[in-house]
Design a protein around this ligand. Structure first.
Ligand SMILES: *[C@@H]1O[C@H](CO)[C@@H](O)[C@H](O)[C@H]1NC(C)=O
Ligand SMILES: *[C@@H]1O[C@H](CO)[C@@H](O)[C@H](O)[C@H]1NC(C)=O
Length: 475
């Protein structure tokens, strides 16, 4: 019992000591506090001391108000050589003009200290010295990068995209991609063996799945600021494969949102995910169409996946049936589509080509670099236009896309420039109607490193059942 009391007493002492330390540290901190207004008064017309309900005489370390991400003071002590006063201290407590107010010029207009404007992705603030002080982030759209690409002889052209303008490069990488690099075990997944004689492959110079299978290759969707290319590329490849294998009896545009909201195990929704997890879900649970479960781009928090609004149950022989109606209440076709296990292709260009020609589009993982966002047309290759800039202008992230064909063009000297034709998920106003061409045969941006094919799960029975409403494909 005595021991217990002792323990409590010691504990109290420690707590007491802690509080004292905190007060002490606050004082010390204040003395060492960085001057709030050396770099200009932010929000000079804001209400701080006034909102607090007044000012404090002498020194009072508790006379504070929250200010930006710190605090400011409304006691007279704040007005010393190193000022930590609130922006309205002089006006409200002393009744004089703040000593730091300056004016800046822009387009012939006058701005006061603390006023701001946005220059592309950077916020500029009028500083105390009358100069604009701007953030220094690398932007997703940099006009000098666009010009450098278009001036240079890179084989592709760059353009400004209003949907990217004003975003930082970091935001582009964070919100517009969204495929995790395959783990080591997945990378070691066995590649399928093709019985193929590289000499005698009969591969044409030009091939497009959209020409071989008209009406069965789906248009690119737009992932918006949702980093879920893992779901978009998987749904797109599965859609095309099911349409091809059912010979057009079913041409579903499968729902990325179904994957984003429901395939949540080890997946990050709009904050990135894995393609192997997406394929597992398509095989074991299946998804409905995009029209049944439409994509809802995230508004506020990109990581918010939304509630899962579609479940399915087994109806035998590996098949599943939806147990809920379509989230889109105008659509009554909640059929579940499934795939077989995916297979990994080798990185051999010819084998990838043969697979596309025989079975349809494939999924590919690629590294997206800063210049890819401004791609408009031509055969993309990562350029060196940002190489002379500081490192924050050179970033990359992992993405996944759907390859639907290939071709080649000739240089002036007659040498061929081979390319893949691939669909992105940045809408149809990006690139060549939502598609892009990228150099083939050199593992450009690692696009040939991890390529996946899959079979839809399609039976004769499915073809009959689905036949009567296959016209519901959206135009
Ligand atoms: C306090 O503010 C007034 C008004 O701006 C100024 O004249 C005075 O020099 C300041 N006092 C100190 C100690 O800085
Ligand atoms: C890009 O487009 C935005 C608006 O969509 C425009 O404000 C901006 O000036 C353009 N930037 C360049 C570099 O052309």
């Amino acid at each position: 019992m005595k021991l217990l009391l002792l323990a409590v007493a010691v504990l109290l002492l420690v707590v007491e000591q802690g509080t004292a330390d905190r007060i002490l540290s606050r004082r010390t901190k204040r003395e060492l506090a960085s001057p709030l207004h050396m770099g200009g008064i932010r929000d000079p017309f804001g209400s701080y001391c006034q909102r607090r309900g007044g000012c404090c005489p002498g020194r009072d370390d508790l006379c504070t108000v929250p200010y930006l991400d710190t605090i400011c003071y409304c006691d007279l002590f704040c007005n010393r050589t190193v000022s930590d006063c609130c922006p309205d201290f002089w006006g409200h407590c002393l009744g004089v003009a703040p000593p730091f107010i300056g004016t800046c010029e822009r387009n012939g207009h006058r701005f006061f200290t603390g006023q701001t404007y946005k220059e592309n992705c950077n916020l500029c603030t009028c500083g105390t010295t009358g100069r604009w002080e701007c953030e220094q982030y690398a932007c997703l759209i940099e006009s000098d990068m666009i010009h450098a690409v278009n001036r240079g002889n890179y084989g592709w052209r760059a353009a400004n995209y209003s949907q990217f303008y004003g975003m930082t490069l970091d935001e582009g990488i964070r919100y517009r991609l969204g495929t995790q690099r395959p783990s080591r075990t997945i990378m070691n997944m066995n590649e399928i063996q093709m019985n193929m004689d590289p000499q005698d492959d009969h591969l044409p110079l030009h091939f497009s799945a959209a020409e071989k299978w008209p009406g069965k290759i789906h248009e690119p969707l737009d992932q918006g600021n949702c980093a879920a290319s893992w779901a978009f590329s998987t749904a797109a490849v599965a859609s095309d494969r099911i349409s091809i294998q059912s010979m057009g009896h079913m041409t579903p545009q499968l729902s990325p949102q179904n994957l984003i909201s429901c395939d949540t195990r080890n997946q990050g929704g709009c904050a990135g995910g894995r393609v192997d997890g997406a394929w597992w879900y398509l095989r074991r649970r299946g998804v409905v169409t995009e029209d049944c479960y439409p994509f809802l781009p995230p508004q506020q928090t990109p990581a918010d996946v939304g509630r899962c609004m579609m479940q399915s149950r087994s109806i035998g022989r590996g098949k599943r049936q939806a147990t809920q109606r379509c989230p889109n209440t105008h659509n009554y076709h909640n059929d579940i589509y499934q795939s077989t296990p995916p297979y990994r292709l080798s990185s051999n260009e010819k084998e990838i080509m043969k697979e596309i020609m025989d079975n349809g589009p494939v999924q590919a993982i690629m590294e997206v670099h800063e210049d890819f966002f401004v791609y408009k047309s031509g055969i993309y290759k990562h350029t060196d236009v940002s190489f002379t800039k500081p490192p924050q202008y050179r970033k990359h992230g992992t993405h996944s896309v759907r390859i639907i064909g290939w071709g080649e063009e000739r240089n002036f000297d007659g040498s061929p420039r081979k390319f893949w034709i691939a669909a992105n998920s940045w809408g149809k106003n990006w690139g060549e109607n939502g598609f892009f061409r990228i150099a083939r045969g050199d593992n450009e941006c690692e696009i040939e490193r991890f390529v996946i094919g899959v079979w839809g799960r399609v039976t004769m029975e499915d073809m009959h059942n689905h036949h009567h409403h296959h016209h519901r494909r959206r135009k």
